[in-house]
Design a protein around this ligand. Structure first.
Ligand code: SAH
Length: 257
């Protein structure tokens, strides 16, 4: 006999067809889906029989306290057979999955994790630039400068400098402070930077090819979609490609600074 079980499922970066087959099957079978704000309607529409409960957190908007989400998950697991907790990207990256796993395990509820494509990989695919490249980048840092309420700050800039390529999550709205922190940490103002908003989300996707020095000015053009900042010399070829595309008058959404 199997007891209650919660599936912590990665919804991927946005496009519904970037879900894993396992994620799509579980969503279709779910009795209840508790989802974050970033999960798009096209994906929720795959939950044919489920009650859909938004428990989203989105910076700058009212959000459910984590302890309340944990309680909702435990209650759902006691009432339903297939409980899907749907998180944007991969659940194990900047998704507070550990708090939920710990609370569920503590309550005697089994947890199964279904990985998803993280936004960093959606963005790399969109701009057609490998995050690693022979002779240019052998290390990738996934980090966030954002800190939660009551958390002390951390030295994210040193971490960003330590890797050849850095991907900054939850960063779009603080691009000015980020650029300043990077410059203080010794990053040259000419270091290539790319901002990708709404990665993989079709016509809503926007790409800004720029430099650390121009980051704040470029970020001012962002809309209200989720955005990543990517940094590193691998993106210098993207800068050249953007220039070439512009020179040739090609309809490219890559824009040079
Ligand atoms: N677990 C998620 C990250 C959650 S934190 C993952 O693995 O992708 C939320 C942050 O992810 C956003 O602030 C943004 O920086 C990034 N993000 C999520 N979806 C994105 C998308 N489609 N395009 C660009 N950035 C995205």
């Amino acid at each position: 006999m199997s007891g209650p079980r919660v599936y912590l499922v990665g919804a991927g970066p946005g496009a519904a067809d970037l879900l894993t087959v396992r994620a799509a099957r579980l969503i279709a079978q779910a009795d209840i889906v508790l989802h974050d704000a970033l999960v798009p309607a096209e994906i929720l529409a795959l939950a044919e029989r489920a009650r859909i409960v938004p428990v989203g957190k989105r910076s700058g908007r009212p959000s459910s306290a984590q302890s309340f989400i944990n309680k909702q998950l435990i209650d759902a697991a006691r009432r339903h057979t297939v409980v899907v907790r749907l998180k944007g990207g991969d659940p194990m990256l900047f998704g507070r999955a550990q708090e939920e796993i710990d609370a569920l395990v503590h309550a005697g509820i089994a947890v199964e994790i279904v990985p998803g494509i993280s936004a960093a990989f959606g963005a790399a695919a969109s701009v057609q630039q490998s995050l690693t490249q022979r002779g240019v980048s052998r290390s990738v840092m996934l980090l966030t400068p954002a800190v939660g309420k009551g958390e002390t700050g951390h030295d994210w800039a040193t971490a960003a400098v330590a890797a050849d390529t850095a991907v900054l999550y939850m960063a779009g709205r603080q691009a000015g402070a980020i650029a300043a922190g990077l410059l203080v940490a010794g990053v040259p103002a000419t270091r290539p930077a790319v901002i990708v908003e709404n990665a993989t989300l079709g016509t809503r996707e926007r790409v800004f090819v720029t430099t650390v020095g121009q980051l704040e000015a470029e970020a001012a053009r962002l809309g209200d979609g989720p955005a990543l900042i990517l940094l590193g010399d691998v993106f210098s070829s993207l800068q050249q490609r953007a220039d070439i595309a512009e020179h040739l008058g090609l309809g490219s959404h890559h824009r040079a600074a």
